[in-house]
Write a protein that binds this ligand. Sequence first.
Ligand SMILES: [Zn+2]
Length: 355
Amino acid sequence: MVKFKLFLVLFFSVNFCFAQINIGFLGLDFNKSKQIDILNERIDSLNAVISDNRKSHTKITRELDSTLNTTTQELFEIKSILKNYQDTVKVLKKQLYDITTPSDSTLMNGEYNSDVASEKWSEMDVFIENWSTTNLFPYVYTKNNKIPNSLNIPLFKYDSGFAIPFEGNVFSGFGMRRGRMHKGLDIRLQRHDTVRACMAGIVRFASYNSGGFGNIIIIRHLNGLETYYAHLQKMVVKPNDMIRAGDFIGTGGTSGTKRTGPHLHFECRWKDYPLDPRLFIDYTKFELKRDTLLISPKVLRAKPTPTRGKYHTIKSGDTLYGLALRYKTSVSRLCKLNGLKKTSTLRINQKIRIR
Ligand SMILES: [Zn+2]
């Protein structure tokens, strides 16, 4: 009997389980289709969003394109305005140059009477012998550099005229100054003032000089004289450039000076021998005093002593401080001359500039 009851119980429970599984499967199918519907709805709505975005994107692209077009057009206009502006500046500069540069008729003694056409200048002896674009003083070490007893050189005969390098006050002249020979005129100017070539010639040297000249232009003239223009801010000519009297060669400044302020150091030399420019230029009336210049030992009384550097070759044990003591200079001066720092190490056989 117990066995029969047990069998019944077992029978019913098995049936019940099967029914449950069937219901479960039905329920699962129903859930799935509902989820698919939801997913489809979401896909639809996402598609709608994408399509909206695409539309607005196309709109923005179109707007950007048109903005870009306008900007490009505006840029073109600005460029053409700028071009016009630059052209005007050029014209104005030219006018300014014409106004400030003495024309041939206003050049003192101004008729052009060169015996040699300017394209032949470079073949002339004066521009070949002792020509150096790297050496400040190319004559000084040559053997036949004797001062003539009396040689009259023309200031104009071969020249196109004369111009004052800068019409300013001479605050320091040619001659002894603080125990040293001052070999030129110091002419007061403002930084960026225009400096002009006083006579026609060819630029022999145009470079920075650390010996005190700073930016210096040297022009050799047809009569053999050389003129020096030192402490320039800017140099607008280069070696071997041909120059007419009155040409703009550079702007005034303070390069190579210490405390003097902006000025032009103007020198005139004959075969490296300095002579007083005021022998032939009246620097109060700003005019030429004479047509010829007499070269003689009296006129060339100043020695051409070049500001050549003095060097020391480093040996074991040398220090900047020791060198400063030995050569009666300072460590900071040595550093400045040689581009060193006070802490720089010195190499054996390194050449150190003393002066
Ligand atoms: Zn000077």
